[in-house]
Write a protein that binds this ligand. Structure first.
Ligand code: FAD
Length: 483
């Protein structure tokens, strides 16, 4: 009963249950105002919030956060207490990195140009990421998180969970702010970001660590990108409304079938409805989510792609795609592959209110040549690191984005820890590159199974790792602009 009469408890409940980015931020501000805790006092914010809230429903969350924060790697928030970090991107990897840096004691500001979390698409989670998110209190924020054999989550739900944890740890998250570039130090001012709107207070934030987690193909100056060109691969994602009926509950998920493992199914799909696929995945989450790789011939035949072009950008250009035909193609694939058992298939809506079906090119995948570099101007050093999709673009049907994204987030946090402790730039960059070399080969099988002992220290996650396979002399080119 006490819960409903104490306004701060009600505000905390609203914050925990908030289902949009905006609602989360608003409830958080109101909660802070009510408890008279200042989020900008990032060093003491979490402990003050905890002390002043005094609410039994929050206790299990505090226990989890306290347990994580007590890990010796963080040195009780002292490891990086003099560092300031700007994170570009409030996607899952930017937020996950921000959380680790906050635990290390860094002052962290996150920028995102979007004001809402709207991606319905569903991400596959490796067992370690499930454990990691449970340890951060994911179940508290999202009761359905990975119950039973479910090992996936929608991108928007994952962002919401991480945003809430980040805010609790004193991370400043600015949405609706676009990062335009880095501003070099001048006079007594250090490294800053050029942002729009230019009047936003994030423009005044000075930092010595910059994490670029802008997703997709966003890569800051100084980094080189490798293109891995494979054979033509056209991905389609589609989301349908999940009404959570008994009938829907009975439909089997498809955790990933590739053509070579089930020729019969793919042949029937092709001959009966003209949909020709390389693979398909179906997850029952907040939506019924499908991701598939389709063959060009069938897309042309079905009128999804209007005209054939050798260049994939021209081929998949919006003007060359018939959206209605794409909807029909995805609908037919979803209906057939679930044995027509999903009743009344209706497209969920995307951020613009349109049926949530989209086509993507996976022919050419990008990865950064280096994971990090150091810039020095006017005697002021800046450590720059890439995480998430901007480091290595994932192939969605394989669902590696979050698993490898979080590994890189932890490895990056480990590097920032060494930076905060005064490590030599060449040594910490070389160590980071040694980890990065392993990233694309990681699988759920070859990383450590001892998830309970996972920390930002790479040796807890990669068995038999050599942290010095790359030597400082091999990364000299990643220390830039000494002057
Ligand atoms: P993202 O989640 O892409 O986040 C990057 C953030 O940076 C965004 O919020 C963006 O607004 C922000 N940003 C970018 N540039 C700027 C700037 N200049 N200023 C301020 N903010 C900026 N993976 C799958 O496995 N399956 C899927 O079906 C799937 N669907 C996807 C659909 C879309 C539309 C996108 C973009 C990605 C999808 N992914 C999918 C990839 C998956 O979302 C990522 O692997 C995962 O979210 C981790 O990415 P991230 O945090 O590195 O980047």
């Amino acid at each position: 009963m006490a819960d409903s009469v104490n306004p701060s408890h009600a505000l905390f409940d609203s914050f925990v249950q908030a289902q949009t980015c905006k609602e989360t931020q608003q409830n958080f501000i109101e909660l802070c105002r009510h408890l008279k805790v200042e989020p900008r006092d990032y060093k003491h914010f979490y402990s003050k919030l905890k002390d002043r809230l005094n609410y039994w429903k929050a206790k299990d969350l505090w226990q989890k956060i306290d347990k994580r924060a007590a890990h010796p790697d963080y040195e009780q928030g002292q490891a990086c207490h003099q560092n300031k970090c700007l994170v570009l991107g409030a996607g899952p990897c930017g937020l996950r990195t921000a959380i680790e840096l906050a635990l290390l004691g860094t002052q962290v500001a996150v920028l995102d140009k979007r004001v809402s979390f709207s991606r319905n698409n569903v991400l596959h989670l490796w067992p370690y990421t499930i454990r990691d998110l449970l340890n951060l209190g994911a179940k508290k924020f999202y009761g359905r998180f990975c119950s039973g054999s479910i090992h996936h989550i929608s991108i928007r739900q994952l962002q919401l969970i991480l945003l809430k944890v980040a805010l609790i740890l004193g991370v400043e998250v600015h949405t609706g702010v676009t990062f335009e570039g880095l501003l070099e130090p001048s006079g007594s001012t250090g490294w800053r970001a050029q942002v729009s709107p230019g009047s936003h207070r994030a423009a005044a934030f000075e930092f010595d660590v910059f994490i670029s987690a802008g997703g997709g193909r966003y890569v800051p100056d100084g980094f080189k990108i490798k293109e891995l060109r494979g054979k033509l691969a056209i991905g389609i994602t589609a989301n349908f409304v999940n009404r959570r009926t008994k009938q829907e509950a009975q439909v089997q998920e498809i955790s990933g079938v590739a053509r070579i493992y089930n020729q019969k199914f793919f042949q029937a799909l092709h001959s009966e409805i003209g949909v020709d696929l390389e693979n398909i995945v179906y997850y029952k989450d907040d939506t019924h989510y499908f991701v598939m790789t389709a063959k060009k011939g069938s897309l042309l035949k079905k009128g999804v792609i209007k005209q054939d072009f050798p260049d994939v950008n021209q081929l998949l250009a919006p003007a060359n795609v018939n959206q209605k035909a794409l909807e029909e193609y995805a609908y037919d694939a979803a209906d057939f592959s679930t044995d027509h058992m999903l009743p009344d298939l209706e497209f969920a809506r995307d951020h613009a209110g349109r049926p949530d079906v989209a086509m993507f090119d996976f022919t050419c995948m990008h990865r950064a040549e280096n994971a990090s570099l150091v810039k020095e101007r006017k005697g002021k050093r800046l450590l720059i690191a890439l995480v998430g999709d901007s480091l290595v673009e994932p192939f969605w049907p394989l669902g590696t984005g979050i698993a490898r994204g979080f590994l890189a987030a932890f490895d990056t946090a480990w590097m920032v820890r060494n930076w905060g402790k005064g490590g030599l730039p060449l040594e910490l960059l070389a160590e980071r590159e040694s980890m990065y070399q392993l990233l694309s080969q990681t699988t759920p099988e070859n990383i450590s199974k001892n998830y309970a002992s996972y920390s930002i220290n790479p040796s807890t996650r990669y068995p038999n790792i050599s942290m010095s396979s790359i030597k400082p002399t091999q990364v000299i080119h990643t220390v830039l602009d000494r002057n």
